[in-house]
Structure formats: C-alpha cells, structure tokens
Design a binder for this molecule. Structure first.
Ligand code: IPE
Ligand code: IPE
Ligand code: MG
Length: 258
C-alpha cells in the first residue's frame, strides 16, 4: 500500500467506542480470521421460531460481521456456511439455507461495486443447484477485479474432502507423468487446496458452545488459535469479535519452539 492509501485506510478504521475496544491492539490484528457460524437452530428454538428463521438471522449477522472485519482492516474472513455433512438435514431446511444463499448472493452482486468486498468460495460448488452455482461463478468473476478485503464462504465444504481432492489431483498428475511422489511438499500440496495463496487463519472462532471443529479447515488450522464462546451465531456482535481478537492477542504462539 502507498502512504496515501495507508492514511486513508487508517482514517476509515472504526474508532474504539466501548471498553471492549480498549482491550484490542488495532495495529496488530490477525490477517485472517475464520468463523464456524453455528447456533442458528438453537437461537430460533429459544424464541419458538422455526430453524429457518435462525438461518435468516444468522445471514444478517454474517453481513454485519463481514462489514466490520473490513472496517477494522482484516485481510481475510473465512466463514463456514454449509458443510459436506449438512446435506443430512431435512430437505426443507437444506432448501431454506440454499434459498438464503441465493438471496444473499443476488444482493451481494448488486452491492459489490460499492462494497468492494471480494467474495470467494471454498467447497465443491458443482453439486449445488444450477442457479446458486451460477451466482457463485458470477460473484467470483466480479471479485477478480478487486483486491483488498476478501471473504471466503465455505459452501458444501469439508476439510477431509478438500484434502482428498488435493491428494487425488496429485496422484493423477503422477499417473500422467507430470509429477513424481518425492516432489510433493507441504507447500505444493497446500497449493491444491481451496485456500491456495491465502495465509492460514491465525484465529478460528466457534460460537454456540460446541467445542469441536466439525471438519473445518483441517489442514489450515494446524497452528490456529481457537476461541470458543457460548453466544449463538445470530447474537454474535462486533464486540464478540473483539473479545476473540483480544483473547488471541493475549496468547503466546510458539509454533513448536520455545
Ligand atoms: C449453523 O447453525 C448453520 C448451519 C450449519 C448451516 P445450526 O443450524 O447448526 O444451528 P444449531 O447448531 O442447530 O443450533
Ligand atoms: C458446522 O456446524 C457447520 C456450519 C456451521 C456450517 P454443524 O452444526 O453442522 O456441526 P455439528 O453437527 O454440531 O458438529
Ligand atoms: Mg450446529
């Protein structure tokens, strides 16, 4: 970034307004935060509403948090929206989630020229319905023209599936004589994952009280710091995000060293 851009960038950063903000060092934010957007169903159940209402509320929270991440100056936000295992849910719930994704992408495409939020997708999009697949492709294409803050939406995503795909591709390259087994390295393997070229997330947040990864970013999370909170995703707020970042900033990351 040029100095002029840097100044503009800092000016545009959200000013600390509450006590939560004072706990965060805004000059040393993580570059990449990942979130498992969990707890929509329980949020709705607590209110006597259908689970789909929880997903709609969760989609709103996603907008708020993505915009906030951009405003404070993160480089990447990766969100878990639909897992390879979520197809096990009742057909009407899956349909409602897909409907919300279509709605969100239609709106995002309209707003992209203003927002300049770069959207990418991690996951096998080919098994999505054709309209949703097209919307993803269109969003991806528009995004190619932007740099800056990027959101990766994990859609029909599974960490194991991602690793198996990369392994299969390498095996195929070997069969075709384009590669040799001894040439495979962690770096070359990572280049065949959905996250190719993107730094690993420093911080992974899971709301809703579950303490597990549920197949999220298995490779990329090798040295990520985890933050768990009982707050359900639709209730997650920028202050919750700052609490997570403050917790992350208070930790000592050793990467196996001393
Ligand atoms: C996360 O919320 C959204 C998706 C998995 C698509 P859930 O629907 O899992 O909500 P809970 O965990 O049942 O409360
Ligand atoms: C993980 O949540 C997937 C997403 C949030 C998209 P789940 O609700 O599917 O995870 P489990 O079933 O509690 O492990
Ligand atoms: Mg859940």
């Amino acid at each position: 970034r040029s100095w002029k851009d840097m100044l503009l960038f800092r000016k545009n950063k959200k000013k600390p307004t509450t006590t939560v903000h004072t706990k965060v060092d805004f000059d040393h934010l993580p570059r990449h935060v990942a979130i498992i957007m969990d707890g929509n169903g329980r949020w709705a159940k607590k209110r006597g509403m259908p689970r789909t209402a929880g997903h709609a509320a969760g989609a709103e929270t996603f907008r708020t948090i993505a915009t906030y991440c951009k405003d404070i100056g993160l480089d990447y936000l990766t969100v878990y929206a639909f897992s390879t295992e979520n197809w096990k849910r009742p057909q009407e719930e899956v349909g409602a989630i897909m409907g919300l994704l279509r709605k969100y992408l239609h709106e995002a495409i309209q707003e992209m020229a203003q927002d300049h939020i770069k959207l990418q997708f991690f996951g096998d999009l080919t098994s999505l319905d054709p309209e949703l697949y097209q919307l993803c492709q269109e969003t991806r294409k528009i995004s190619e023209g932007y740099d800056g803050f990027q959101v990766n939406v994990c859609l029909n995503y599974g960490g194991r599936d991602e690793i198996v795909r990369a392994a299969r591709k390498f095996a195929q390259d070997c069969v075709e004589g384009k590669a040799k087994p001894e040439e495979l390295t962690e770096t070359s393997f990572a280049n065949d994952l959905y996250s190719a070229g993107i730094p690993d997330p420093e911080l992974i947040i899971r709301p809703s009280g579950e303490i597990r990864t549920s197949n999220f970013l298995l490779w990329q999370s090798a040295y990520s710091e985890y933050y768990f909170t009982d707050v359900l995703w639709p209730d997650f707020s920028p202050d919750e995000l700052l609490n997570a970042i403050a917790s992350y900033q208070g930790r000592s990351r050793r990467f196996g060293g001393v």
